[in-house]
Design a protein around this ligand. Structure first.
Ligand code: F6P
Length: 342
């Protein structure tokens, strides 16, 4: 029987091979993973832990905050504050960045997270997740500012997500492939269970919120129509559709068996052409993971990870997943005048 490999062993061995995970980064990733364990525990308690339902507050995105959004955010902040490897953190749930307090030493990394992705699914016991991304703090002597975070996704040092489903999983990349770990609940440890995850280049499955179909632009209308005409249509095969409504969960399925995840801009946000997904907390980390697994990720025009962000909470249209289908929908955008812009 193959020996169990822990997250720590995997990170140390990856560093031996690629010299890309210095001790500070390993400690950072281990602490994030530990925080995800704590969140998983809270998620698992559900109504018994009094963590369902909403707070009275509205977040920076204009959404009513769920209790679990607030709790998960606090868990990630508290766990990562004191370690000495971070300069600052930024969260989808907080309007401004969170520089590390003067009580602690400062480090050279920046941590960004969506503490609880798919929050509309919290109260109905459907899988949800945490997404995170690590950047290097640009070299300067001052206190980190928002502009330090506005780096293209291609500069990410590491990215990952935790999926709180029937099992709790941690999926991680440090730029040399993608590996998945399952939480051994009895032992409290992450065990490497999904080695070198790869996304099939072709797929016959897609994920999109079709209730928005009347607002889509022509390239998306065309692509979805062609998939829906199945074997009789121009794509010559039947497609299946799945939409969980948690990006982590939909993309985890895609990472395992292929597919495309789409959240396009639409006529409701015509002036900004932005879509719904946040560039820094969701799109970039997922794009990094998906590309590392052999997939592709664009905004319909260019690689998501090449976009230079102009705001912390910027949103982008996203087309992520199996390479050949992402290439097709991206091509359709170049063939019409209504393609999204940054
Ligand atoms: O961006 C947050 C998010 O909850 C994603 O996790 C998810 O894919 C999407 O929004 C769900 O959108 P909708 O409410 O349109 O189904």
């Amino acid at each position: 029987m193959r020996k169990k490999v822990s997250l720590t062993q995997h990170l140390i061995e990856t560093h031996r091979l690629h010299h890309n995970i210095p001790e500070e980064l390993r400690l950072l990733l281990e602490v994030v993973a530990r925080a995800c364990k704590t969140i998983s525990n809270a998620v698992g308690k559900g109504a018994l832990g009094d963590i369902l339902g909403t707070t009275q507050d509205v977040n920076v995105q204009g959404e009513v905050q769920k209790k679990l959004d607030v709790l998960s955010n606090q868990i990630l902040l508290d766990s990562n504050e004191w370690g000495g490897y971070l300069g600052a953190m930024a969260s989808e749930e907080m309007e401004t960045i969170h520089p590390i307090s003067n009580d602690y030493p400062k480090g050279k990394y920046l941590l960004l997270f969506d503490p609880l992705d798919g929050s509309t699914n919290i109260d109905v016991n459907v899988s949800i997740g945490t997404i995170f991304s690590v950047l290097k703090l640009p070299e300067h002597t001052g206190i980190p500012t928002e502009s330090d975070f506005l780096q293209p996704g291609s500069r990410q040092i590491a990215a990952g997500y935790a999926l709180y489903g029937p099992q709790t999983l941690l999926v991680l990349t440090t730029g040399h492939g993608v590996n998945g770990f399952t939480l051994d609940r009895e032992m409290g440890s992450w065990v490497l269970t999904h080695r070198e995850m790869r996304i099939p280049e072709d797929t016959a499955e897609y994920a999109i919120n079709s209730s928005n179909a009347r607002f889509w632009y022509p390239p998306v209308q065309r692509y979805v129509r062609e998939m829906q005409t199945g074997a009789e249509g121009p794509l010559g095969k039947n497609f299946n559709m799945r939409w969980v409504g948690s990006m982590v969960t939909d993309l985890h399925r895609i990472l395992n068996r292929g597919g495309t995840f789409m959240y396009p801009a639409d006529t409701r946000n015509a002036s900004s052409q932005q879509g719904r997904i946040r560039l820094l907390y969701e799109a970039n980390p997922m794009a990094f993971i998906v590309e590392q697994a052999g997939g592709a990720a664009t905004n319909g025009e260019k690689r998501l990870m090449e976009i230079v962000p102009h705001a912390l909470h910027q949103r982008v249209p996203v087309f992520i997943g199996s390479q050949n289908e992402v290439a097709r929908i991206t091509l359709y955008h170049t063939q019409t005048s209504s393609s999204p812009t940054e």
